[in-house]
Design a protein around this ligand. Structure first.
Ligand SMILES: [Zn+2]
Length: 239
């Protein structure tokens, strides 16, 4: 299948290196690595985070701290109503380790349409800012079973949004085919490993405790993925 020129998933070189980029930024490991990737490739980078009714505000606090350390403009857009429309253990009560009540094949942490909403709103903001690239930190390799982190979804979203606005904004997903160990390696290569370890936050329990592999409870699915990735990365770096 031939990809349209505005979609870039694996190339280390972005589609539009001379224009500004907007990073969809959660303050987690993946989007912090993406931020480093973007800072080294675009002349101007801005970041946007969404307050979507997530149980733990700590990730937005950490996102603001990381953006400050990186010296970039960072917006937090309040879409708190969104959490009231969907079932997810990330926005309401419920055990993270169980199946999703509306999608038995998906984990309870799945937030229906979250990436569709984020990418749609960020695509609108990118038009306002004159950004020609939208950088998203999704990965389908070590992902938690979310179908909106897969390549066909991103291709379809990019096509639909660019058709709907007569734009050609590139959706850049540099982590799409990387596992968590490779994301650590990318963060190191892009000079943001310290930010990932000291400040980024991915834990489903909202725990900001420090560990060798970064912040988190060490027991939730997100922390276990991150810890395993760190161990693989450390072993590869120092066998
Ligand atoms: Zn955790």
């Amino acid at each position: 299948m031939t990809r349209p020129s505005s979609i870039s998933f694996t190339s280390p070189v972005p589609t539009r290196p001379h224009d500004p980029a907007l990073v969809v930024f959660s303050g987690g490991q993946d989007s912090t690595a993406c931020l480093g990737w973007a800072l080294n490739r675009f002349p101007r980078v801005e970041a946007v985070s969404f307050a979507y009714g997530q149980r733990h505000g700590v990730e937005l606090t950490q996102a603001a701290l990381i953006a400050q350390r990186a010296g970039i403009q960072h917006r937090v857009v309040d879409i708190g109503f969104f959490g009231s429309l969907v079932h997810s253990a990330l926005t309401g009560a419920g055990d993270i380790a169980t199946a999703h009540p509306d999608h038995p094949g998906l984990p309870a942490s799945f937030v229906p349409n979250r990436n569709a909403v984020f990418i749609t709103l960020a695509h609108a903001l990118a038009q306002t800012l004159g950004a020609k690239s939208l950088v998203v930190g999704v990965s389908q390799t070590d992902y938690s079973g979310y179908p909106d982190c897969r390549e066909p979804f991103l291709l379809a979203m990019g096509r639909a949004l660019n058709l709907g606005a007569e734009t050609d904004i590139a959706i850049e997903a540099p982590l799409l085919h990387l596992n968590k160990a490779q994301v650590f390696a990318l963060a190191q290569a892009e000079g943001v490993l310290d930010l990932v370890l000291e400040l980024s936050h991915t834990c489903y329990q909202g725990t900001a405790a420090m560990n060798p592999w970064g912040r988190g409870c060490g027991a939730c699915p997100a922390c276990l993925l991150r810890k395993k990735g760190w161990e693989e990365f450390s072993t590869a770096a120092h066998p």
